[in-house]
Ligand binder design. Structure first.
Ligand code: NAI
Ligand code: HPV
Length: 637
């Protein structure tokens, strides 16, 4: 399985095992390789290309293979990957399967159903989730489903996107998702107001003992003096985490006449000032507040950030509201602080373990108001979140990059559309470069030079780098590489990719003038690919929307990167094109391009021949036997 082997090969060098007679695409047509195609291409690729999936055999049987017939998201061109043209275009495209494991608003479900097969299976046990997941392309969860490493492992490479219908993604193992190349998206905006309103509801209810008084009356009592509350006006509220929810809570608390301060190491002071909130240090916030409302995410840094030490620094009689995550509080410490009267009251919507144990002393505590994680639970928020996550998941399944990606760079649509042909070029250069490395050479260091008329700050190369990495790694390993896991996979394989941007005097209309890929400290199976400094060196450009190879080693060429490629180094003499062309013609191999480049007349020349089909061994042997040909290599694009 592609991804587990990536992890297993941790620390090993990326070592091509290529020979002239067993080119890469002969391996690709093996059954194993077909299933690898399924996991490495198609809509799962999460690249700025819309991949149409075409099953070769019955999808439902599970023994299917899919091939990417590419269309660019921007409809610029039917760019490359022509090797897949032989797929039966009459076969229908299988719909992706989307597992929804928790209740989701109807509008979102409708949107999902218009795109894929939707399986709403609520309350799955972890074991049942693992069983189901290998049949799913996407999973949509709320806070109740733990998307663990085991889930990604059990997915066997099929799960392409996890959608979190809400904000907090602490229930998703992001590291595992990234390692497995699975995109995680969330719905960060639609429940902000609901969560803020719930925070305010808990604040008011706690201050006036609403839930305790309600329970007492329902138990037949009338206890007016027992439930005397405290007023909010003029009191200081510390908002811990001044993000979307925190700032909405602050705004509402100001309306209640409270003095609001906030702590957030990353929030801009002017945003706080704009709503009349002062940003202060953590200690200042907790030591001066009468009420403390928590709105930071649960991360390793914020885990149990409210503990014995921090409660000790608070004012006696402080009141704490938590609509963020249970894990930011050490619940035992809170219990101690409540029992000691340090914390007068707490209002909790979230808990370390959800649901908390029935006999939880915290839940039972008379000074604690609890709700079962209801912050986002309004009709409006749930409809909004459902649509927001459905759009993000469908977009991701279509191969679009998401604006709410949590574990991948967010690439703006304009950048994406402009870079589309360069993305194809980048992958092809990576594929070509790695095939030029002699078998057994360990690749450690790759340098990419982007020549562009643009200011270096104005050129986002993350996508290009990811595609070069994909091109370098995929042909020689079983790893599946996409934008999500490219950097991780390169690191795992000990591959250092450095980038350089050179400003050139050409049209700034084009984001990139040329891309040069250099692999250093390796031997080449095609010596002419070595530049003067001994590195394998190839350069490409996009011409009329089509990727072209423009330089091999120190020799110029110009061949469109379509189909496959034969590179020959020969003595520059007449008749060479005809002789090689004849050999290919006799074997029914269609030549789609030829280009000859040389340094000095009648000296060495390089001939690049684009071929639609892969020549058989005998044909390649005959080419090698042409006396003037010094070396040649067949490359699978
Ligand atoms: N109870 C519920 O149903 C809901 C709970 N939430 C929780 O609320 C959290 C906040 O949600 P949003 O405001 O939408 O997210 P957000 O990302 O807009 O805001 C989080 C803020 O916390 C800040 N922060 C990070 N580390 C911090 C630290 N150590 N100390 C102080 N501030 C820190 C960040 O800089 C950011 O400004 C979510 O992570 C989620 O866990 C969100 C919605 C509903
Ligand atoms: O959005 C969040 O972070 C929430 O906590 C909401 O959780 P839920 O979707 O209601 O399980």
């Amino acid at each position: 399985m592609a991804n587990s082997s990536a992890a297993a090969s941790s620390g090993t060098l990326l070592r091509p095992n290529l020979s002239d007679t067993t080119p890469i695409n002969s391996r690709r047509s093996s059954p194993q390789q077909l299933s690898f195609l399924h996991s490495s291409s198609s809509y799962n690729n999460l690249l700025p290309l819309k991949f149409q999936l075409k099953p070769i055999s019955n999808h439902a049987s599970g023994s299917h293979a899919v091939v990417n017939v590419l269309k660019t998201a921007v409809d610029t061109a039917d760019i490359s990957f022509s090797r897949n043209r032989n797929v039966d275009s009459a076969v229908s495209i299988p719909k992706p399967t989307i597992l929804v494991s928790e209740k989701l608003g109807e509008a979102g479900l409708e949107l999902l159903r218009s795109f894929g097969n939707v399986d709403c299976s609520y309350d799955l046990s972890p074991e049942d989730l693992c069983k189901k997941i290998s049949l799913c392309d996407a999973l949509i969860v709320r806070s109740g489903t733990k998307v663990t490493r085991q889930v990604f492992e059990a997915a066997k490479g099929r799960l392409k996107v996890v959608g979190r219908a809400g904000v907090g993604i602490d229930n998703v193992d992001l590291q595992a998702a990234t390692e497995f190349g699975c995109l995680v998206v969330n719905a960060p905006t639609a429940n902000t107001i609901a969560a803020a309103e719930h925070g305010i509801a808990l604040l008011c209810s706690m201050a006036r003992n609403v839930s305790q008084a309600d329970a007492s009356m329902k138990a037949g009592q009338w206890q007016r003096s027992k439930y005397v509350g405290v007023s909010l006006v003029g009191k200081t509220l510390a908002v811990m985490g001044f993000g979307k929810v925190g700032s909405e809570v602050a705004r509402r608390a100001k309306g209640l006449g409270m003095h609001v301060i906030a702590h957030d190491p990353y929030a801009p002071a002017d945003r706080a000032r704009a709503i009349g909130v002062e940003l202060v240090s953590f200690d200042q916030a907790i030591s001066t507040a009468d009420f403390i409302s928590l709105h930071m995410p649960l991360t390793p840094t914020t885990s149990k950030i409210f503990n014995d030490d921090t409660f000790a620094k608070m004012k006696k009689g402080v009141r704490v509201i938590n609509v963020a995550r249970g894990g930011v509080i050490d619940e035992d410490a809170l219990l101690r602080a409540l029992d000691a009267g340090k914390v007068a009251q707490a209002a909790l919507d979230v808990f370390c373990v959800e649901p908390p144990p029935k006999d939880s002393k915290l839940v039972q505590h008379e000074n604690v108001t609890v709700t079962p994680h209801l912050g986002a639970s309004t009709k409006e928020a749930q409809e909004g979140v459902a649509v927001e996550i459905a759009e993000a998941v469908v977009g991701a399944l279509k191969g679009e990059l998401s604006a709410t990606a949590v574990n991948a760079p967010m690439v703006p649509a304009e950048v994406l559309s402009e870079l589309a042909p360069y993305v194809v070029l980048a992958e092809k250069l990576g594929r070509l470069a790695v095939q030029l490395v002699a078998g057994g050479s360990g690749i450690q260091s790759v340098k990419v030079v982007y020549r562009s008329a643009r200011d270096p700050d104005n050129l986002d190369t993350r996508l290009l780098r990811a595609m070069i990495t994909k091109g370098l790694i995929e042909p020689i390993s079983s790893s599946f590489v996409n934008l999500v896991n490219a950097d991780f996979t390169a690191k795992q394989k000990g591959l250092r990719i450095s980038e350089e941007r050179v400003v050139v005097d050409s049209s700034p209309e084009n984001p990139v003038d040329s891309i040069l890929v250099q692999i250093s400290n390796v031997q080449s199976r095609f010596a002419s690919a070595l530049s003067e400094n001994g590195n394998i060196s190839i350069e490409g450009k996009v011409k009329y929307g089509v990727p072209h190879l423009t330089q091999v080693g120190s020799l110029g060429t110009d061949v469109s990167l379509e189909g496959n490629l034969i590179l020959c180094c020969q003595v520059d003499q007449p008749g060479m094109i005809g002789r090689v062309g004849n050999i290919l013609g006799e074997s029914n191999v269609n030549v789609n391009f030829m280009s000859v480049g040389r340094t000095v007349k009648k000296s060495k020349a390089i001939m690049a021949i684009g071929v639609d089909e892969e020549p058989d061994k005998d044909t390649l042997k005959r080419i090698g036997e042409v006396p003037a040909i010094e070396e040649f290599v067949f490359l699978d694009l």
